[in-house]
Design a protein around this ligand. Sequence first.
Ligand code: 4YB
Length: 475
Amino acid sequence: VTQYFATWPWQHWAEERPSAVALSFGAQCVDGECIGEQRFSWAEMSHRVDEYAQGLIEQGVKRDQMIAIVAPNSIQVIWLILATLRIGARYVGLNPKNTEIELNEQLARLKNDYIWYPARTVHQFTTGQRLHLLQPEQPRIVPVTWQQTRAVTLTLTSGSTGVPKAAVHTAENHLASAEGLLEVMDFGSDDSWLLSLPLFHISGLAILWRWLYRGAKLVVTEPACFEHSLTMVTHASLVPTQLQRLLASKQDEGSGTLALKQVLLGGAAIPVSLTDAAERVGISCWCGYGMTEMGSTVTAKKADASGGVGTVLGNRHFMIKDGEVYVQGASLCLGYYRNKMIFPACDGEWFATRDLGEWRGNELHILGRADNMFISGGENIQPEDVEKILMTHVSVRQTFVLPVDDAEFGQRPIAIVDTDSVLSNDVIASLENHMTDNIVSFKRPIRYLALPKELATSGIKVSRKQLSEWLAQQL
Ligand code: 4YB
């Protein structure tokens, strides 16, 4: 077992490189100019974390207690997470875009002791005592020592059933994840990673742990400044639709190159056409495949002409059994948290991802999720198969194929599409032609609907469950 740090990672870096910049935040774009950037060195960071940690203790927070945070990314959330770790408590992040009812259901299941949310929040929360970010006047030493095997975070992951599970990770799990990825992707201590994904999702948390692992720079900016901030960093993590949008807006502007060295993609199928287009404007892409339980990325590769997701990273193992992907390793979570207990995430040694995979040409290919498959007129349809073909149509940005009940076939495929322009009859005709040319008839969608805006932007991933509920209302 690797002992990653002898003390809190930020204290380690504060001793090793006290004046190196650890954190940049607050930059805003005003008339195309970037103003208001503030910076903290590792020494300043370490001092601040201790202060906020004492602030939490003074509000009554104890070791092993759970602090829920319902907020978009911000510098405050970073302070709170680090201060939470510092006092031996646990962090769980919730998506602030969820409804008040959903959030209160999630909190009731988590039984969080404390809760923090930004002052402007309109929701009323029913579980956990409200916390504030306080810097006490008389800082004292917080009496907790660094132990990498302690459970530090809970990360909600929805899966297919809808009720989110809370995966519990130790610091060691997160650092093992960071270590394995950074063996292949180079991220030096002078590099900077944009906090480009939410801290309530594993993809955002993984950025935080890579930063702590390397002692590099983390860049936190306002969502409004997102595109500009990409020019200020060397690294970013993006879901494919974010990169797609970024490229589209670059096209509109005509020019402008990014300082970005490397982008790590993941979370959903990554079209080769997308990474090709990004490479053409000088963005170097990495394709990753991972999941919450494994502390994010499991396999990765430098983008190339094939649609695979590369080979397994250090500290992880994988196998394919009966067409499904199984994973394990030092980054695997302790289990799921429920009723103040931790239940194992796997039956045996291996975690069943429910992803269908194939080893082809020395790399893993993800074919879709086992739960998404449906049967139409006796034939199996894997929606991701159909989506992949639809995605090769020039005007499709994103698409989801779902089953609808049908008296004759049992179920038939319908496509929900996000297109560059309005989904006119002409566009639909063009999509139909494209499918006629490229896929067997029983897999062709019998209808095309436009992806509703509110579902496209509610989280980092569009939920198929929410989409099918929406679809049921449309028919
Ligand atoms: C995929 C997939 C793929 C996941 N092809 N299906 O740091 C990172 O690894 C990162 C960087 C950028 C964007 C996202 C990430 C992530 O962490 C993603 C992790 C994630 O999505 N976790 S999840 O629990 O919300 O969903 C996991 C599921 O997502 C997997 O079981 C797959 O079904 C799917 N998925 N990467 C196709 N490359």
